[in-house]
Design a protein around this ligand. Sequence first.
Ligand SMILES: [Zn+2]
Length: 282
Amino acid sequence: SVQLGNGKSALFWTCNWIESSTLHREFPTLFQHSRRKNRTVEDALTEDKWVRDLRHGNTAEIALEFLQMWRKIQGAGIVLSSEEDKISWVAGRGGGSYSARAAYNIQTNEVSSSGIKAACWKAWAPGTVKIFAWLLLKDRLWCNDRLQRRGWPNGYFCTCCNRNLESSTHLFWDCPFARSVWQTASSRVVCAALKEKREASHSSLRHWERLTALTPQSCRKGFRTMLLLITWELWKERNACVFRGKMPQTEDVQRAIRGTLELWRLAGARCLQPPFGEDVAR
Ligand SMILES: [Zn+2]
């Protein structure tokens, strides 16, 4: 927050110098409309330059916000002094001084409360697989829909079914190829929830959480690990098809899942110890 002195450091639109909010948050349309967004408080208030910055284009649609902001600034009765502005850090504990921890917490709050922490970081898996899952749950994998949005080279269709645009929700949950893999995996011990279809409005994360919620509490770590394992193997199959011209085969994915499951068990994944995840169909 800024304690206003001469107004030469505080930025008019983006600093917290008037009451407890910033003008660009409170009056977003005006901020968008303004020609100069980086004036200091002193500069903007001198001869009401901030008003001049708004005097162009269609002013009818900003009239109401303008009036409100005008009243707010008049009502605050700002008087600039000769002292310098005092800028202090208000977030977190630490009595007004900046700390990297508080800054980090502010920026990552959204992430930690979103469920990704439990969904991917708390499962048992090698780091590479967790990072892959993190990208999947944030919808940041380079599937064709994303490549297309950027105008980058892409094959448009899902290589596993050749029918739909490849998005990550299609590739991992809706594609008949993936559905078949999930269906087979759902016959494993305590993995029955894997056969549930994704609801159209659900993101990968919502779907992931829903499946986990259908699984008994005591087996959830193992269940999350299975989700990581199977999505990872689907992704590797997809990459083999896209980059190395492989033919997609659900049997290959099943075999890879069995192999990796054994490796992870050997590597110390206690949450995967039998009977959890045993393939009763075999
Ligand atoms: Zn497909």
